[in-house]
Design a protein around this ligand. Structure first.
Ligand code: RTP
Ligand code: MG
Length: 155
């Protein structure tokens, strides 16, 4: 099976190092699943500085880039591929504004982020990046789709 995310039904999230350190893996995954996302792949891992630099390559040169790479490689993260109709947009709505002070009530960042730079979670910003980021973390043998989820329909 080849995962291409053509219909845009998956996105990639990371629970960032600060949120893992504050023992928030359970509450954050709980919010994700309560909002109808299915977990298709999941791992606790740690990015090297080089891997974090590659993951956030699009931000290279921006003033926050070095700090972002440092932070994202500072400790373990949880990476997950999650599935729902219109996943990228639906998930960005659930996580809220990049800056937790601007995030709506009830969003993951409003509830769990410490600051703009330590904002608890990542969510892909497009279907194309969701597919790239999923492949960055997971091989095909690490992705699981029970029959009941009808994943074949978006290929
Ligand atoms: P993410 O990629 O982590 O899901 O966040 P995002 O799309 O909402 O924000 P993005 O623009 O992609 O920025 C990536 C991360 O860099 C940090 N950031 N700091 N002005 C700043 O100091 C600044 N801007 C962005 C944030 O932690 C953001 O999540
Ligand atoms: Mg982003």
């Amino acid at each position: 099976t080849k995962f291409v995310n053509m219909a845009g039904n998956t996105t990639l999230t990371m629970i960032k190092p600060g949120a893992v350190r504050r023992n928030l893996i359970g509450p954050i995954l709980g919010m994700i699943t309560e909002h109808g996302f299915k977990v298709e792949a999941l791992k606790l891992t740690k990015l090297s500085a080089r891997q974090a630099a590659k993951f956030y390559e699009v931000h290279r040169g921006k003033p926050f880039y070095d700090g972002l790479v440092n932070y994202m490689s500072s400790g373990p993260i949880v990476a997950a591929i999650i599935r729902k109709d219109n996943a990228v947009a639906e998930f960005r709505e659930l996580i809220g504004n990049t800056d937790p002070e601007k995030a709506s009530e009830g969003t993951i960042r409003k509830l769990f982020a410490e600051s703009l730079s330590h904002n608890a979670v990542h969510g892909s910003d497009s279907d194309e990046n969701a597919a790239k980021e999923a492949a960055f973390f997971f091989s095909e043998t690490e992705r699981f789709c029970p029959e009941e989820w009808h994943c074949d329909e978006d290929m």
